[in-house]
Design a protein around this ligand. Structure first.
Ligand code: SAM
Length: 311
């Protein structure tokens, strides 16, 4: 696992540490996306011996790596779970509430570079894209079995791809001749549809859309936020790093909603909605990487950090 040490340069690490821990040196923490343990390591360095740091990751390699990395770290408790299982982890650990929760969304650089996972169009590999190999459908299943309109919806909604209809039409025509098996098969279709200067950008959007669909990423994020916020102790903070606008919009909207103390229609004289404010948003605008970080970590280019505090 030594070769993998480059993969844990955590994005916006100091910003996460400052916002999440503030003056805190102990408490209970949940890291939904432990990955290679980069954020975990930084946060643990600011915590005392009594702190408990629980974490989840669905990926085999990342889970094995972080388990090995924190083998002698008694404060760390790792679970190969989806982060939507935050309640299960809290129950197992006997944790009633968390002082800090973090999620650093999406896939790691390792997963992207691991050609065999099929996340990247830059290498020919099976069209898989499952972060967790127990998931039932692969990207190839979607491309080969979904109706043309469903494919178009995925490319448009999750990839914000304007040529979604044309791409889906080409896919459906092609699969009648031969089923899609590899990332290269899909790239061939994109090459037919997109003008040469836009091939890479189009491929990026189509691959992102399929990855989101295969792993149910947006739905999982909503479920996670829904379960995580009530689990925060008063004064506890939640930090989410996202890498594309669809995720960021979900985090922003949920935080905004949870900051409201009333959602009654305008003009109603007395509040009847019963809404309770649960969060105070700490980052009015998302935090982005500094010039120095941008130079050393390409992945930080699109990172947006939003933080909120339980009141
Ligand atoms: C960007 S990496 C996290 C990197 C980590 N913060 C670090 O510093 O090493 C994202 C990780 O989240 C995992 N992941 C993505 N969605 C997940 C989910 N719903 N539940 C659990 N893990 C998830 C991926 O497998 C990946 O390892």
């Amino acid at each position: 696992m030594e070769l993998l040490t480059n993969y844990h340069i955590p994005v916006l690490a100091e910003e996460v540490k400052n916002c999440l821990l503030q003056e805190r040196h102990s408490g209970t923490f949940f890291d939904g996306t432990v990955g290679f343990g980069g954020h975990a390591e930084v946060l643990l360095s600011g915590l005392d011996e009594k702190a408990i740091y629980t974490g989840t990751d669905v990926d085999d390699t990342a889970f094995k790596y972080s388990t090995e990395k924190f083998l002698n770290e008694s404060r760390f408790r790792g679970y190969q779970y989806n982060f939507t299982k935050i309640n299960a982890v809290a129950n197992i650990e006997g944790i009633e509430g968390y002082d800090g929760i973090i999620a650093d969304l999406g896939v790691s650089s390792f997963q992207l570079d691991d050609a065999s996972a099929g996340f990247t169009f830059r290498e020919d590999a099976p069209l898989d894209m499952r972060m967790q190999k127990t998931l039932s459908k692969t990207a190839a299943d979607i491309v080969n079995k979904y109706k043309e309109e469903e494919l178009s919806h995925i490319f448009f909604t999750y990839g914000e791809e304007r040529a979604s209809r044309k791409i889906s039409k080409f896919i459906v025509e092609q699969r009648e001749r031969k089923a899609f098996a590899t990332t290269g098969d899909l790239l061939e279709i994109i090459r037919k549809v997109a003008p040469v200067p836009y091939i890479n950008k189009t491929a990026q959007r189509v691959f992102q859309a399929l990855r989101i669909a295969v792993n149910d990423e947006l739905e999982n994020l909503k479920i996670f936020l829904d379960r995580a916020i009530p689990l925060l102790n008063r004064g506890g903070r939640i930090a989410v790093i996202s890498f594309h606008s669809l995720e960021d919009r979900i985090v922003k909207d949920v935080f905004k909603y949870e900051e409201k103390s009333c959602v009654c229609a305008p003009g109603i004289p007395i509040c009847v909605c019963g809404k309770v404010q649960r969060l105070k948003v700490i980052t009015k605008k998302p935090v982005t990487a500094s010039g120095a970080e941008l130079k050393i970590n390409r992945r930080s280019r699109s990172a947006k950090l939003r933080v909120a505090e339980r009141i």
